[in-house]
Design a protein around this ligand. Structure first.
Ligand SMILES: Cc1ncc(COP(=O)(O)O)c(C=O)c1O
Length: 403
């Protein structure tokens, strides 16, 4: 039986209060990390710490407590800046999630002339907000690499913004980001990366790649739930009108006139999720301590093992790249004739395994290429080979006996 020593996992399972230790057969195995990652004890403690202290009202009252919280917010922004290797911490706008960041951007670009360049493999959150714009959609069919040649040609067709996934939540594939941004810079087109699935890997470097915008969710990066961010290169801030408005976004307002504030709060509307922001430095410190290569190796090992086990089970069809390294932390598959929703419920009831089933919020791609609904196993830094082996075994038994 393959056993992964806890110490060799990038984040040991015991660090997560919700994923108790013990025999794999007795504990909950969490394989839906592409949806939401579990929260390590120290991050949960930080949220608790926020609520165990007196309240403050950052940027609004002059109390010492508010000042302390303002300092913590600056620290939180700076920890994300450092993780993305951005130049300035005021380039990090806090949002509730990736979806909000993309909607914010969509609103800010709405009245600019030109088209938004997308692929057809985008998550609904990087597709629906752009439906109000003229668009050009690059086909990225199942089993094919990112369409780089078509992308190069498309850049010269009146494009105002490229908005593409940095890693697909269906297949785990990434486009060649550095090349993609380099080509866009040559064509004079700004780039937004939907980094919901890529952020936690620690591989995104906005100084190296020179992306203009990066949206992400901290609840997919071992951070607190209900918090995300939008990296916005500094020169864009003054050029974009806030999509929404209200408290915090203006320095002054009289009658019809508003003086928009400078800095990230220009795009942060009303009071923020301070309890979550308070925990960000802790989560970022934890992630920053894991070398990206260790993350890549961990996922490659788990994904290769799962794919080998699944290929032994008659009828299983993998969706996406054959290469487990390319699939990163994602493995999607289906069994013709077996309902994935039922399978995932049985996996939960019979084996305590949480996986995702369905069209993974990428409905357009599933419809367009007539891909059947899938089961998706998505790994986290805390998952072990032992868990994957147990999963494959239970999955095989369910297919043989319960369908
Ligand atoms: C690629 C991608 N983009 C966007 C999102 C939306 O993230 P959130 O629900 O945190 O806004 C997801 C969620 O799974 C995703 O996988």
């Amino acid at each position: 039986m393959p056993v992964t020593a806890q110490a060799s996992l990038p984040l040991a399972t015991r660090r997560f209060p919700g994923l108790q230790q013990g025999l794999v057969s007795r504990r909950r195995v969490y394989f839906d990390n592409a949806c939401l990652t579990p929260v390590p004890a120290e991050v949960a403690e930080a949220v608790k710490d926020y609520y165990s202290q007196a309240p403050g009202c950052p940027l609004r009252n002059n109390s010492g407590r508010s000042g302390d919280l303002e300092e913590r917010i600056r620290e939180a922004r700076d920890s994300v800046r450092s993780f993305l290797n951005a130049k300035f911490s005021d380039e990090i706008v806090f949002t509730p999630n990736t979806t909000f960041g993309i909607n914010l951007l969509s609103g800010a670009f709405l009245y600019r002339p030109g088209k938004v360049l997308l692929t057809d493999l985008e998550h609904n959150s990087n597709r629906l907000p752009w439906l109000a714009h003229d668009r050009l959609e690059l086909p990225w069919p199942p089993g094919q690499p990112f369409p780089l040649d078509a992308y190069r040609r498309a850049l010269h067709q009146n494009i105002k913004l490229v908005s593409v996934t940095a890693r697909s939540n269906v297949t785990g594939e990434s486009p060649p980001i550095t090349e993609l941004v380099r080509e866009a810079i040559i064509a004079g087109v700004p780039v937004h990366l939907d980094a919901a699935q890529a952020f936690a890997s620690g591989e995104l470097d906005v100084t190296e790649s020179r992306a203009d915008f990066v949206s992400f969710s901290l609840h997919k990066a071992y951070g607190p739930t209900g918090l995300g961010g939008l990296y916005m290169r500094r020169e864009w801030r003054a050029r974009l009108e806030p999509t929404y408005s209200g408290a915090g976004t203006v320095d002054d307002h009289f009658g019809e006139k508003s003086e928009w504030t400078d800095g990230a709060p220009r795009f942060e509307y009303g009071l923020q999720n301070y309890a979550a922001i308070y925990a960000v430095p802790v989560a970022m410190q934890l992630l920053a301590g894991i070398p990206p290569q260790a993350t890549r190796d961990h996922f490659a090992e788990l994904n290769a093992f799962l794919r080998t086990e699944l290929r032994r089970i008659p009828g299983v069809r993998l969706v996406g790249p054959g290469d487990p390294v390319v699939g990163h932390h994602v493995c999607s598959f289906y069994v013709p004739g077996a309902d994935p929703q039922r399978l995932s419920s049985l996996l939960d009831m019979a084996g305590n395994f949480q996986v995702r089933a369905g069209r993974l919020c990428a409905h357009h791609w599933f419809h367009k290429y007539e891909v059947p609904d899938v089961i998706r196993v998505s790994f986290g830094l805390h998952n072990s080979l032992e868990e994957v082996e147990a999963y494959a075994k239970v999955f095989g038994i369910i297919l043989r006996h319960y369908l």
